[in-house]
Each structure stands twice: as C-alpha cells, then as structure tokens.
Write a protein that binds this ligand. Sequence first.
Ligand code: NAD
Length: 358
Amino acid sequence: MHEIAVLPGDGIGHEIMEEAIKVINTVEKRFNIAFKLNHALVGGAAWDKYRKHLPEETLDICEKSNAILFGAVGGPVKEQTSSKWCGTEVNALLGLRKHFGLYANLRPAKLYPALAFASSLRDDIAKEGFDLLVVRELTGGIYFGKPKGRMGKGEDEYAFDTMIYKRGEIKRIAQVAFKAARNRRRKVTSIDKANVLTTMVLWREVVDDIAKEYPDIEYEPMYVDNAAMQLTRNPKKFDVILCGNLFGDILSDEAAAITGSLGMSPSASLSEGNFGMYEPSGGSAQDIAGKGIANPIAQILSTAMMLRYSFDMNEEANSIENAVDKVLIDGYRTPDIIQKRMKKVNTKEMGTLIAGNI
Ligand code: NAD
C-alpha cells in the first residue's frame, strides 16, 4: 500500500489540499492504484490541539508514510508574535526537514506561454516560455557550517559564517541533479563561484567527476553571477540547475519570480531513498484564505512530483501535468493569473477541471 501523510496546515493550505486529494482520487480510479491518506495537523492548526507546531503524533504519521504532502503554515503577519504563530515555519518546516534529512530540494519553474503576461520578464523573452528545475542542496553549506558567530566590540566587532561542503555531500546532490536530467531535456548547469571560493573549487571538481558518469547528459559549470543574469536574459537555455544551499536559495526564488505566480510553483524535498516532502512554494496566503479563490495548481503539481519521485509513477505524474497544461490552454484561470477574455474559476472549479482532464 502507498501511504501519504497529508498535512494541510493553515490558511489556504486546506483549500488547495482538498483539490490535490480530488486529483489523487482520480489517479487512483484512472490507473487502478490505491493510496492510503494519513491526515495530520501541523503549524497553527497543530498548536490549537497540541500546543506544538510539529507534534509527535504528526511525526509518527509521517514516519509510517512513504511521502508527505504538505500545504502551508503560518498566520497573519500582524499576529506573528503570538505564541500560536511565533516560529511556526521554523518549527514545522525546518523541523520536518531536519527530522527526515531532506537534503535535496527540487523546484521546477515553468513559464507557460499562455501565462507569459504574468511574468516579470521582457515580453519577447517571456513569450518563448521556459521550463527548468532547480536542484538545491538543503542541509549543508554556509547556512549550517560551523563555526559561526559574533566577536569583538565597537569598530572591531565582526561576524562570521563558514561555507563548508564535504565531497560526499556534493556527490549526493549532484547525482540527484543528473538523474533528474535523464527524465527531462538532459542538461545540467552546475552553479558555483570557483573563481573566488575554495569550497566552490571542490564543488566544481566533484561535479566535473560525476558528470563523466553521465555521458548522455550535457554538462556546463557556470558562475553564480552569470547564472543570475542568464536567468532573466535567456531562461530557455537552462534545464536542470544544480546549486549549493545559498546560491540555490537565491536562484530558485528568482526562477519562481519570473514565472509570475506563487500559486503555480511546486516543490519537492527528498531524503535518501524514496522518501520526500512535497509542497507549494507559497505560504498560507492569509490575504485570500477562506475565500475559495486560491490557485490549487502548485499543490496539484507538488502531488505530481510526489508520484514521480516517491512512488516512481512517471506516467501518472505526466497525466497530472498534462491535465494542468490542458486546462490553462483552454483558458481557465484563478484570480491570481486572470487575464482578459479568460474564464475565471475558483479553487474547487480549477481542481475539478484538472481532475476531469486526467
Ligand atoms: P504567501 O506566499 O502566503 O503569499 C504571498 C502572496 O502570494 C499573497 O498575495 C498571496 O495571496 C499570494 N499567493 C500565495 N499562494 C497563492 C495561491 N496558491 N494562489 C493565489 N495566490 C497565492 O506569503 P506571505 O503572505 O508573506 O506569508 C503568509 C504566511 O505564510 C506567513 O505566516 C508566512 O510566514 C507563511 N509562509 C509559509 C510558507 C510555507 O508554509 N512553506 C512559505 C512562505 C510563507
């Protein structure tokens, strides 16, 4: 039995998760497979019952499942100092990443030509569309390197962080990127700053070696400053972008921003083996929560990623992605991506349309 821990969380999390479940139920019927959905609380919703953002009960449910489908956590910004919301994201999200050793973060960024108007890119670049995948190392690098701290006083006060990568950590994430490229357009661009940082010299050496194991994949190393520029000038040139934690944080947000809407951006965080956590890149969107107008596409595409990476169900994942393409081409839009002459739909209607095209 394929078991999925379903953690809707807060705000729009519930609304968009309902549509993802609709899609899962359709995939079950269409492909004659069965999933067991194990529901659990996280974030502010868990606080109300357990006085914890990531209670043991939820961790137990995640542990007995093969994958976690996560919605979003967090409360209204003006209430974030209250005990219910204070630290929600850190406790819930980082807690799950740490507990399950989710070291590989995969964020596809796709600009559908039909949605070119929503992109911040220049019209002539946007109308070409693009489809790339950022593979970011998530548990190492400068965010976690020790020592870090502050010393000294007055004008001599200083602060420091340590950028550190072990050979094994680089190998592990590079393998994820090259394998992912085999299911895509077979190209990996590895991002570094090997002209300045010693850590990045090792990064490049290791990735150069791994690339030799994948002669079928086109490989190109690129400095991070150039990559940031190429993303806005010629995003079509990228297929898989491989990065360490710091550069991946920045470039994956840049890539999501040029697609136009947060409601379209899915993500996967994988650990060793097939376990993973799948979630939209956006948050709990308190400004629209409860109105039934959130875009469920990021949650639905996260579900497709879950089928592909945790359950090895490529055909099923493709059928969901193709259904999303079809509904967009047919002109259906939630308010965040609405445009003149398009058909406006709400969260539930969008979910039903996508499920109907699977
Ligand atoms: P947000 O991502 O929730 O919203 C930013 C903007 O994008 C809002 O205008 C929102 O309406 C819009 N948006 C996001 N997802 C959308 C969707 N599916 N459909 C349509 N529009 C969508 O960021 P925020 O407003 O800065 O944060 C709200 C709360 O979410 C905060 O508590 C924050 O800490 C939390 N947060 C959680 C996560 C997470 O759970 N992974 C990520 C980011 C922020």
